[in-house]
Design a protein around this ligand. Structure first.
Ligand SMILES: Nc1ncnc2c1ncn2[C@@H]1O[C@H](COP(=O)(O)OP(=O)(O)O)[C@@H](O)[C@H]1O
Ligand SMILES: [Mg+2]
Length: 255
């Protein structure tokens, strides 16, 4: 990516959290090969809030799964928080995922029979934390997302927005470097979507790096930067408003 001349305005953080270079992901289905990602270059800095847009099948979820270390590229370079993931074995990759990535999905993906605390604690199963400490961390995470009063409710006793809050608390429990959200408002009505977006805005203001896939422009506008995909390629990458930090890091024009 083209680096501009040194600007007088310095961005808050100059740390690259994600660096993707010439990422290719081919799915093989019998004799057919699907190029889901076809040469993706992307740098994401600490505390950026990036929206990924593009029509269905353009490769957004494949990209999120790669960034989230749920999948590996067929070829290309992926550095996560300064570490080359392509050199990691499966154990190290799973460890990086658990430590650095928080996932939020459209369909919440909560355990139906577990209450909010148990759901939020789940990523701590592999940590060396004592059981009481895990409960304490889960309670704090639920308070952070405004669900202090619903900790003992099971998913079927919660509204859609509340379920998604539980999922956000679960994603944040390990203090991840990046929050990844694949269409987090896709199953929510517009009022509830606004609540979840306000929560993301607050997390971003608190320093969280966020990458969110969405179909809707009014959702994407909450981000500082919109990356558009088509046929496995990034076709545009622009800031949502005049942003000297964006220009300093990525060049380009504003929307
Ligand atoms: N597990 C898979 N096996 C085979 N093809 C897949 C798989 N996942 C996605 N694809 C294909 O890869 C392309 C990109 O899919 P995806 O990343 O899910 O797109 P999006 O999230 O933008 O809708 C599509 O053509 C899709 O059919
Ligand atoms: Mg998708």
């Amino acid at each position: 990516m083209v680096q501009q001349e040194q600007s007088t305005i310095q961005p808050k953080s100059n740390k690259v959290i994600i660096r993707l270079h010439d990422i290719i992901r081919i799915y093989r289905m019998g004799s057919e090969s699907i190029h889901a990602l076809d040469g993706v270059d992307l740098d994401v800095y600490e505390n950026e809030y990036v929206a990924i847009m593009g029509q269905s099948g353009s490769g957004k979820s494949t990209l999120m799964n790669l960034i989230g270390c749920l999948d590996r590229a067929t070829s290309g370079y992926y550095e996560l928080d300064g570490k080359d993931t392509t050199k990691m074995g499966n154990g190290a990759l799973a460890h990086a995922r658990n430590e650095k990535i928080g996932f939020v999905f459209q369909s919440f993906e909560l355990l139906p029979r577990a209450n909010a605390i148990r759901n939020v604690e789940l990523p701590l199963v592999y940590s060396r934390q004592a059981v009481w400490a895990r409960g304490q961390m889960a309670r704090k995470a639920l308070e952070r997302v405004g669900l202090g009063e619903r900790m003992h409710h099971r998913p079927n006793q919660l509204s859609g927005g509340e379920k998604q809050r539980v999922a956000v608390a679960r994603a944040l429990i390990n203090n991840p470097s990046i929050l990844l959200a694949d269409e987090p408002t896709g199953n929510l009505d517009s009022k509830t979507s606004k609540e979840i977006l306000a929560l993301f805005d607050r997390l971003h203001q608190e320093g969280q790096t966020i990458i969110m896939v969405t179909h809707e422009s009014d959702v994407a506008c909450h981000a500082n930067r919109i990356v558009r995909m088509l046929d496995g390629k990034i076709v545009s990458d622009l800031p949502t408003e005049q942003d000297p930090a964006y220009e300093f890091r990525h060049g380009g024009q504003r929307l």
